[in-house]
Design a protein around this ligand. Structure first.
Ligand code: SAM
Length: 288
């Protein structure tokens, strides 16, 4: 069976009485080059263990199984259980786990299901929960690479640098943990049902250490969130309201870090945010 052939998928799903769920972000691939290329970009070999989230009918799962040592694939929709039992029959290195990936301990899942293998994530993610899923994947701090298809708009935000309108707190969080690469776009015509937006495949490669040293990582991300929560304000005003600092202290921190008091957060790179965080921390008299 060709798992990306539209008429075969339709017949298969009809046979199992399956109905697409919009709330589960179910847009299945119908172009065979896409799962093949995603799996190729994931850099798999016999020593890799893959965590996939959302196998759908299993087109990407099958590609992963042919390249990796083992695949554990998490699917929330139990209606896909009989479908996947049929489409992935005979593939010994795949284990299906039915449940909500957002409620799972992904580090434990990888350790238990993929022992002795280098864990990676590869998936066509459900778009409605992309941000919490990617956050959980990065916070698991065990996946060497994360090769995923997501909405193009989110992909751009993740890979954006200072000065761009796409630059923001989530991208900085991802860039703190990983090197980011925007690989290729996939048009809506490659899915059933067709999504309204273009998709992009990105690859995140976990850093051995953060790109810059900081003495208080939690404070760094409070500073970053405050800066982008009110991105049209100057950084001084955004920090003053976001961190409940008096304006004078916020201005001193920004200027002591070497920036003009009128600078906006979107102009700063990670190094700049770290410098400001260290300045705020140094101001011992301030109770944060
Ligand atoms: N991999 C398939 C493909 O490329 O054709 C399907 C991808 S589809 C965009 C997303 C899949 O994620 C669906 O199968 C959906 O049921 C599943 N899903 C949605 N939310 C989930 C969650 N929280 N945990 C696990 N799977 C989820």
């Amino acid at each position: 069976m060709v798992l990306t052939d539209y008429s075969e998928i339709r017949a298969l799903l009809a046979r199992h009485g399956f109905r697409f769920s919009k709330s589960l972000g179910q847009n299945f691939l119908t172009a065979d080059w896409v799962p093949r290329r995603i799996a190729e970009e994931a850099g798999l070999d016999g020593g890799t263990g893959v965590v996939e989230i959302g196998p759908g009918v299993g087109c990407l799962t099958a590609e992963l199984s042919g390249r990796a040592g083992r695949v554990v694939s998490v699917e929330l929709d139990k209606a896909l259980r009989p479908v996947l039992a049929e489409t992935l029959a005979g593939r010994e290195n795949i284990e299906l786990v039915f449940g909500d990936a957002l409620k799972m301990d992904l580090k434990k899942l990888a350790a238990e299901k993929l022992p002795g293998l280098r864990p990676v994530v590869c998936a066509n993610l459900p778009y409605n929960v992309t941000t919490p899923l990617l956050t959980a994947i990065l916070e698991a701090e065990c996946f060497e690479t994360v090769t995923v298809m997501i909405q193009r708009e989110v992909a751009r935000r993740i890979c954006a640098g200072p000065g761009s309108g796409d630059y923001g707190a989530f991208g900085l969080f991802v860039q703190w943990h990983c090197e980011t690469e925007l690989l290729f776009d996939v048009p809506p015509s490659c899915f059933v049902p067709q999504p309204k937006v273009t998709s992009s495949v990105i690859r995140l490669t976990r850093r051995a250490a953060p790109p810059v040293q900081v003495s208080d990582e939690a404070l760094l991300f409070r500073v970053i969130r405050a800066a982008f929560n009110q991105r049209r304000k100057t950084l001084v005003n955004a920090l003053s309201s976001g961190l409940a600092l008096d304006k004078e202290t916020a201005a001193k921190a920004v200027e002591n870090a070497g920036f003009d008091a009128r600078v906006r957060g979107e102009a700063l790179d990670l190094v700049g945010f770290v410098q400001i965080t260290e300045e705020i921390r140094r101001m011992q008299s301030v109770d944060l």
